[in-house]
Design a protein around this ligand. Structure first.
Ligand SMILES: Cc1cc2nc3c(=O)[nH]c(=O)nc-3n(C[C@H](O)[C@H](O)[C@H](O)COP(=O)(O)OP(=O)(O)OC[C@H]3O[C@@H](n4cnc5c(N)ncnc54)[C@H](O)[C@@H]3O)c2cc1C
Length: 497
C-alpha cells in the first residue's frame, strides 16, 4: 500500500461533484488529497430538488446534521409522490414511502387485503399506511407514537451544493475555479494524466472523478465511453423548470401530474415552489410544453422557464482506466421517482468500498460497473412501469407508451403480478414490494387471482386483524402535528430568498 496520499481530482461542482468531494474527504480524507475544479461560467443544471428516504442514511453515514441541512436548503419533508392522471385522466394515487399493513413470511399484506376485498370488507389499501395518510392530511412527525416515519426531503438544489461546498472546504477539499479545456491522456497507458484548464493551468492526479454533468467531459469525451440510449422506453428528452411563489403551506409530498404529452412536477420548499414539465420533442414542441406548464402553475413565477435537453440512458461503463463518472456524467433517468441523487450516493458508497488504493485496478472497476448497471436497470424498469401501465389513449404520447415493447425484466414482473399478485423487491432492493404494489394498483393493474394465504383465517378473524391495523394507523395519525407546525419548530430556515 502506498504511503503518500492518492491525488484525486473531481471535475465539476454540481450536486454530484460536491457530494463526492464531501463524502471522500469525510470518510477517506486522511488517505486522499482532493481537488475539485468547477466553472462558474458554465454553472450547474440547477434542478434535482426531490429525494427518496435513502438520503437520510447517507447523511447519517456522512455525519450531516438533519436540522442544519434542512435550514440551509429551505427543505421540507417528503412522504411520497402523488401521481395524477397516470392510469387514466382524473385518477390519482400516492406512492408513499411507508410500509402498508403487515406482511407475513408466506406472503405480502396486499394478498390479505385482496382476499378481504373479495369478501366485501377491508376498505381502502391507503388506510393501512401511515405515511400515505399523513401525506394526504399534510401532517408530519419523525415518529408517530413509537412508530418511526419513513421520509425524504424536498430541497433547494443550489443551496444544497453550496452547503456541501462549505462543509467540504472546511475539511480540506481544495477548490479550483476554472474551465477544463482539454483532458490529457497518457500515450502509453491511455489513463487520464491531467486536466488542462484555461489560463494555461494544468491539474495532475492519480484518479479522476467525472462530475461534469451531461457533458461527460472525461469519461464520455476523452475516454470515449459510449452512451446506451434508452429513449425507446423513456421517450422524454426535454424539461422546463420554473420557480414560483408558494400559495399555500408546503405539503409533505411531490406532485407528478400527467398531461397529454408529458408530466409536470411540483416540489414545495419552505421559501418557494419548484415546478417543471418533462416531455418528448417527438410529441410536443418547447412552446407547447411551456404553455401547458404555465397554465398549470399556481403562484407568481420567480424565474423564467428554462429548457433542459437530455437523453435517457447510461454510459456503457461508469469506470474506465483511472476515471469514474458520477451523476449526470454517467447517465440520466427522468426525475419521476426522484432517483438521481440517490444514484449519486450509492455510487459514492460503492466507490469508497472499491477505491483503487494500490493504483489502477481493472477488477475493481469491473465490479463497480456490474453493480452500477444492475442498479440503473432496476430503477429504469420501475420508471417505465408508470408509462406502460396506463389506459390513456387520448394522445400519440400515451398511445406510444401504452403499446410499446418493454424490457423482458419488467414484462416478467407484470406477468407475475397479473397472474397471482406476486411481487418481489427489485434486484438492488431500492423499490420495495409496497412501491411496486402502489404503482401497479394505483395505475389500474390488479391481479386476476391471488395467493391463498388470505383465505386461511376465517373471514371474521381476518376482518378483526385488518380493523386493528387500520386503527393503529388512525391513532398514530391523530398524534401527528401539521407539516408546517413541525417544520416551524424543527428546521425553519432563517433566510428567506
Ligand atoms: C429536469 C430535471 C429534473 C431533475 N429532478 C431531480 C429530482 O427531483 N431529484 C433528483 O434526485 N434528481 C433530479 N434530477 C437530477 C439532478 O439534477 C442531478 O442528478 C444532480 O443535480 C447532479 O447533477 P451533476 O452534478 O451531475 O451535474 P451538473 O449540476 O450539471 O454539474 C456539472 C458541473 O460540471 C461543471 N463543468 C462542466 N463542464 C465544465 C468545464 N469544461 N470546466 C469546468 N467545469 C465544468 C459545471 O460547472 C458544474 O459545476 C433532475 C434532472 C433534471 C434534468
Amino acid at each position: 500500500m502506498q504511503q503518500n496520499k492518492t491525488k484525486v481530482i473531481i471535475a465539476g461542482g454540481g450536486t454530484a461533484g460536491w457530494l463526492t468531494a464531501y463524502a471522500l474527504a469525510k470518510r477517506l480524507g486522511s488517505l486522499l488529497d482532493i481537488t475539485l475544479v468547477e466553472s462558474d461560467q458554465i454553472g450547474t443544471v440547477g434542478v434535482g430538488e426531490a429525494t427518496i428516504p435513502t438520503m437520510r442514511s447517507f447523511h447519517q453515514l456522512m455525519e450531516i446534521d438533519e436540522r442544519e441541512f434542512m435550514r440551509a436548503t429551505q427543505a421540507t419533508f417528503k412522504l411520497g409522490i402523488e401521481f395524477n392522471n397516470w392510469g387514466g385522466v382524473g385518477e390519482s394515487y400516492v406512492h408513499s414511502f411507508g410500509a402498508i399493513g403487515q406482511t407475513t413470511w408466506l406472503t405480502e399484506f396486499h394478498q390479505y387485503w385482496l382476499a378481504a376485498n373479495a369478501q366485501g370488507f377491508g376498505g381502502s389499501l391507503e388506510d393501512y399506511c401511515l405515511e400515505l395518510k399523513a401525506a394526504k392530511a399534510s401532517k408530519f412527525a419523525l415518529k408517530a407514537g413509537k412508530t418511526p416515519v419513513n421520509y425524504a426531503f424536498h430541497l433547494d438544489a443550489t443551496a444544497y451544493a453550496q452547503f456541501l461546498r462549505q462543509k467540504s472546504e472546511a475539511i480540506g477539499v481544495n477548490r479550483v475555479e476554472g474551465k477544463i479545456v482539454e483532458t490529457k491522456l497518457n500515450p502509453s497507458t491511455g489513463d487520464i494524466q491531467s486536466l488542462q484548464l484555461d489560463k494555461n493551468r494544468e491539474l495532475n492526479a492519480d484518479f479522476f472523478i467525472d462530475c461534469t454533468g451531461f457533458r461527460s467531459l472525461l469519461l464520455g469525451e476523452a475516454l470515449n465511453v459510449e452512451y446506451e440510449n434508452w429513449s425507446h422506453w423513456l421517450a422524454s428528452d426535454s424539461a422546463q423548470a420554473v420557480q414560483t411563489k408558494s400559495t399555500e403551506p408546503p405539503i409533505p409530498y411531490t406532485k407528478a401530474t400527467a398531461h397529454s404529452a408529458g408530466w409536470q412536477w411540483k416540489i414545495p420548499l419552505q421559501h418557494r415552489t419548484g415546478n417543471g414539465i418533462v416531455y418528448s420533442s417527438q410529441f410536443c414542441d418547447d412552446a407547447a410544453a411551456q404553455k401547458t406548464l404555465t397554465e398549470h402553475l399556481s403562484g407568481d413565477t420567480l424565474t423564467q422557464p428554462r429548457v433542459i435537453k437530455f437523453t435517457t440512458g447510461m454510459r456503457d461503463i461508469a469506470w474506465k482506466k483511472n476515471c469514474v463518472a458520477i451523476g449526470l456524467a454517467n447517465g440520466f433517468l427522468e426525475p419521476l421517482e426522484s432517483t438521481s441523487i440517490h444514484l449519486i450516493t450509492t455510487a459514492l458508497i460503492r466507490l469508497m468500498r472499491l477505491f483503487p488504493f494500490a493504483g489502477n485496478s481493472a477488477p475493481l472497476a469491473d465490479r463497480f460497473n456490474r453493480e452500477t448497471r444492475f442498479e440503473w436497470e432496476a430503477v429504469r424498469d420501475f420508471i417505465i412501469l408508470h408509462y406502460k401501465q396506463t389506459r390513456r389513449d387520448d394522445s400519440d404520447f400515451w398511445n406510444y407508451y401504452r403499446t410499446m415493447a418493454i424490457p423482458e425484466s419488467l414484462a416478467h414482473r407484470l406477468e407475475l403480478f397479473k397472474e397471482q399478485g406476486y411481487v418481489w423487491p427489485d434486484a438492488v432492493n431500492l423499490f420495495r414490494v409496497d412501491s411496486w404494489i402502489q404503482v401497479m394498483m394505483g395505475q389500474g393493474l390488479f391481479p386476476e387471482s391471488r395467493h391463498g394465504a388470505g383465505h386461511i383465517l376465517p373471514p371474521q378473524a381476518l376482518q378483526a386483524q385488518l380493523e386493528k391495523l387500520k386503527a393503529f394507523v388512525a391513532n398514530n395519525l391523530a398524534q401527528m402535528p401539521s407539516h408546517s407546525e413541525f417544520i416551524a419548530q424543527y428546521c425553519a430556515a432563517t433566510e428567506q430568498s
